[in-house]
Design a protein around this ligand. Structure first.
Ligand SMILES: *Cc1c(COP(=O)(O)O)cnc(C)c1O
Length: 371
């Protein structure tokens, strides 16, 4: 069959991922956005990075305008959830340089998520180059205001238009970025937590340790019920015995008891938070013993009774540190410092955000510049 050279060229996939093609917008939308008050997650920068998996390899690396997608109603992700994501941030430092926080760790976790969901692994070196390129293209979107940041959301999903339940043969990776506001605009706001006897979040052997869609949808109904009862979020207990503390919504949880730090160990059903890891490393650096171990809800109430429970806080990329004001469990209520952040949580928050905005020495080399 004869093909015109132009058509032949258009059909050639760009399998050379050392080349990232740029297809940029003519004019930026950045002036339409109030970067001092961007909210969280509903404003998107001009461009996104795109990669497609077909014929057995990731290809067509390109930076394209952020836009809606055309998808088949039969796209398997919509039906069976073969999809994973990441959530990380870039910060504009006091010196105007833009830096990623623990980029490699986030990209490796994306691949861990892919592995569990039967998605072909990504070349993290390519993603790193793509992100640097993308942020330099959309540099104006990185907020200048202290406390604000650029949230980075990689998303991978199966694109086969097929109703069979099986691993897909085609996938898409998109990386979108979104300027986000400071979590604590009006001071720290301690959250109130409750356990639930009725629902569970994840079970060992399942997918609780990765960022995949099916871990979040089923938590919405229990979270709404908790809100109706006046609580901010649910503190999840283990699925087997309903005794051990797991995590909170999209945060890991820490307890400071008698001068030492305690957090549930990575049992396979909780997410391996990168903020969690950062908190552990800093605490150890400050010579505070850290215990990663099974923690029962009862022993936390007991420590509160004994007056040894000093602080409770959650950790995650969005808020960094989130003080916990109270925990409700089977009719009993434990109240910490209800409208204050504890001194240790505050020190962690100040140190981590100090490293992120490059006002504090980056002892662990967590930051990497975009150039
Ligand atoms: C993302 C997430 C966390 C926090 O992880 P970070 O890497 O610190 O942002 C904790 N729990 C769940 C369920 C999450 O999705």
């Amino acid at each position: 069959m004869k093909q015109s050279p132009a058509k032949h060229f258009a059909q050639q996939p760009n399998t050379d991922t050392s080349k990232i093609l740029l297809q940029l917008r003519n004019t930026s939308r950045v002036n339409e956005v109030d970067l001092d008050n961007p909210g969280f997650g509903d404003v998107f920068s001009d461009h996104m990075f795109s990669l497609e998996y077909k014929a057995g390899e990731w290809q067509d690396a390109q930076i394209i305008p952020f836009d809606d997608l055309r998808i088949s109603p039969a796209m398997s992700t919509l039906h069976y959830g073969q999809t994973v994501f990441e959530g990380m941030k870039a910060f504009r430092g006091e010196d105007d340089q833009v830096r990623f926080f623990r980029l490699n760790r986030h990209l490796n976790r994306l691949n861990d998520s892919c592995e569990r969901m039967c998605i072909p692994p990504l070349d993290t070196g390519l993603l790193e180059r793509a992100l640097r390129k993308m942020i330099s293209v959309d540099k104006e979107w990185v907020p200048k205001k202290h406390g604000n940041a650029l949230y980075i959301r990689p998303l991978v999903f199966a694109t086969d238009a097929c109703l069979g339940v099986r691993p897909a043969e085609t996938y898409r990776l998109l990386i979108m970025t979104s300027p986000v506001g400071a979590y604590y605009e009006e001071g720290f706001n301690p959250v109130s937590l409750t356990t639930t006897d009725e629902y569970i979040r994840a079970v060992r052997g399942g997918s609780g340790f990765i960022k995949t869609a099916c871990n979040y949808g089923p938590t919405l109904l229990p979270a709404e019920k908790a809100k109706e009862e006046g609580f901010t979020q649910i503190i999840w207990l283990d699925a087997h015995e309903h005794k051990y503390i797991e995590e909170v919504g999209t945060m890991n949880i820490f307890f400071k008891i008698d001068g030492e730090l305690h957090t549930p160990q990575l049992s396979g059903s909780i997410l391996s938070g990168i903020t969690r890891d950062s908190v552990i490393k800093l605490a150890q650096h400050w010579d505070i013993p850290v215990h990663e171990r099974p923690i029962t809800i009862d022993e936390i109430f007991e420590a509160d009774k004994q007056d040894t429970l000093e602080e409770v806080f959650g950790t995650g990329t969005a808020a960094v540190i989130s003080p916990v004001g109270s925990i409700h469990h089977q009719g009993n209520m434990l109240v910490t410092d209800e409208d204050e952040i504890g001194p240790f949580a505050k020190k962690l928050f100040d140190t981590i955000t100090g490293i992120q905005y490059s006002t504090h020495e980056d002892i662990y080399h967590w930051m990497s510049t975009i150039s």
